[in-house]
Design a protein around this ligand. Structure first.
Ligand code: ADP
Ligand code: MG
Length: 228
């Protein structure tokens, strides 16, 4: 394991018992992702992508194996330390992560900091800057219901960035978007990545995968470097 690894997975498995059968959603995965890499995980529906991302983020407990984030074997931590690590280091961008309908874009983006250590007007400035980063400086006072699907995704992405994560886990971030909007979202991910943040994107889209530095392929719970 190299010191500059953002995340390391060692012989990681997750099996679900469903009735009489066992589904090996993630099966003996070994992986090392260096800091600052932009990685895609491609695979068909049901191949285990979402399970793998939730294992990476400590949202799902492995059946066996280890998840090491920034040098810490996360399942050796107490609950409180685990949630601190999650809050401080990981940004989740999951497909159906929704915005609060009664808050403006600006307040939705500020929301994570109200649970965190930041406070006051500095937050407003930071949230506004993040909305600018995702190209929505002119939608700061819009409510989610007044935004398109792609714009809502961008607000959610800005919210993910609010606590300055080192690692972003994105599950199908362009899942239901048209090609142009997909390209916009990818550009934003690249911009965020260029600031040194490690990003892992699960996707069934080859077009998305072709734009990342490194593509991994998931097939029936197994993970391998993508050949093409
Ligand atoms: P993907 O994101 O690639 O579509 P998932 O990780 O969602 O794949 O699912 C991988 C496999 O694990 C599927 O066969 C799915 O049915 C199964 N699975 C996922 N979550 C659960 C669960 N909570 N209980 C039982 N089976 C599950
Ligand atoms: Mg999925």
């Amino acid at each position: 394991m190299t010191d500059d690894a953002m995340i390391v997975l060692k012989d990681l498995s997750k099996a679900y018992k469903v009735g009489p059968s066992t589904v090996r959603a993630v099966d003996s995965v070994d992986l090392e992702i260096p800091r600052g890499q932009l990685v895609s995980i491609v695979g068909h529906s049901g191949s285990g992508k979402t399970t793998l991302l939730s294992l990476m983020g400590g949202l799902t407990k492995p059946s066996s194996g280890r998840v090491i984030i920034d040098g810490t074997n996360i399942w050796t931590l107490a609950d409180k330390e685990m949630s601190t690590l999650r809050n401080e280091k990981i940004g989740f961008s999951f497909q159906f992560a929704s915005l609060l309908p009664t808050l403006s874009s600006l307040d939705n983006v500020r929301l994570p900091s109200t649970f965190g250590s930041r406070n006051g007007s500095g937050d407003i400035g930071r949230a506004a800057g993040l909305l600018k980063l995702v190209g929505l400086e002119d939608r700061m006072y819009s409510y989610p219901g007044q935004l398109s699907g792609g714009e809502q995704r961008r607000v959610a992405l800005a919210r993910t960035l609010m606590n300055e994560p080192k690692l972003i886990l994105a599950d199908e971030p362009t899942g239901d978007l048209d090609e142009d909007t997909e390209a916009d979202i990818l550009e934003i991910f690249k911009r965020i990545n260029s600031e040194g943040i490690t990003i892992i994107i699960a996707t069934h889209s080859r077009a998305v995968a072709s734009q990342t530095q490194r593509a991994l392929r998931m097939n029936r719970g197994h993970l391998a470097e993508d050949a093409d």
